[in-house]
Write a protein that binds this ligand. Structure first.
Ligand SMILES: [Zn+2]
Length: 294
């Protein structure tokens, strides 16, 4: 009977096109974009919008509801969501999506991390004790993450394994096609001051100098003395200051005035409804902003 039923289901699937059976929760818009790229038909809830700081969210009942029925939780990882995701997951009472299970996927666990083993630790206020979690602004790492995600989805939903793998490969190919143009545009970029060490993966990928950060240590706001020291170090150079919408604009503006540099507010994340193409446009936007700073 079961075999007959499976046969009927397979027949229906052929008629209707692939049924992507997974119910997925992504913590951030960039993770949501990857899920849409790899599994465009999957059910998807994205827990945070691009205006929110993933370090600082609070577990909410709506998150717990979304996690309760999920087959797969896609997180950035490396402790980025440590302040709220464990609480939301345990509230959801869904063991299938807990760390270590097949239904839990971390982007940061799939790729080499930057800022590992630095001198700072949480006691000094450093928010990145496990290495820098902000891998999602490096499109090449994101392509690797997409392929790992495709494999994970293939394990969870074997009937659609080929579709997940094909979609992931297509996303990785779209990234590779764009890398030379991004690299060319950033060739002579003078460099960037960030608020937080969040876009460092993008800068490192394309060899753009990181000239400094407004925060002296990740998660620690700057003092007047920190800003004066940074201005003293950078006076006479060219560059651009970029900060996220939720990062206090006062420090960036003060430094911008002192140095005569442009100050840009750019979201770290693509729009909440972005798919793979939306993610690539988000990288385009960052590349354009950095390239026009010279
Ligand atoms: Zn951070």
């Amino acid at each position: 009977m079961r075999r007959v039923l499976m046969g009927v289901l397979a027949g229906l699937a052929l008629l209707a096109g692939p049924v992507l059976a997974l119910d997925v929760v992504a913590t951030s818009p960039s993770m949501g974009a990857l899920v849409r790229a790899v599994a465009p038909g999957a059910g998807l809830t994205v827990l945070a919008g691009p205006q929110q700081d993933l370090h600082m969210l609070q577990a909410k009942p709506s998150m717990i509801r979304a996690l309760r029925g999920a087959d797969l939780l896609v997180a950035v990882g490396a402790e980025l969501e440590v302040g709220w995701l464990p609480a939301a997951s345990s509230g959801a009472a869904n063991p299938a999506i807990l760390p270590g299970r097949e239904g839990y996927f971390e982007a940061a666990a799939q790729v080499p991390l930057l800022d590992v083993g630095g001198p700072a630790d949480r006691a000094m206020g450093d928010m990145h004790p496990a290495g820098n979690p902000h891998v999602d602004l490096d499109p090449v790492r994101m392509a690797q993450v997409a392929e790992a995600l495709g494999e994970r989805m293939a394990q969870l939903d074997a009937a659609n394994a080929a579709a997940y793998r094909r979609n992931a490969a297509r996303f990785a190919e779209a990234v590779s096609e764009r890398v030379p143009a991004w690299q060319a545009r950033l060739q002579d970029a003078p460099g960037v001051v960030l608020y937080h060490r969040d876009a460092v993966y993008l800068l490192e990928r394309f060899g753009v100098p990181l000239l400094g950060t407004i925060e002296p240590v990740p998660g620690v706001p700057p003092s007047g003395r920190d800003l004066r020291a940074l201005a003293g170090k950078l006076r006479g150079r060219d560059g651009i200051i970029i900060h996220a919408p939720y990062q206090a604009p006062k420090g960036p503006r003060k430094l911008g005035r002192e140095l005569g540099w442009p100050v840009q507010t750019l979201p770290l994340e693509p729009p909440v409804d972005a798919d793979g193409d939306g993610y690539l446009r988000h990288i385009d936007r960052w590349v354009s902003t950095i390239a026009t700073a010279g």
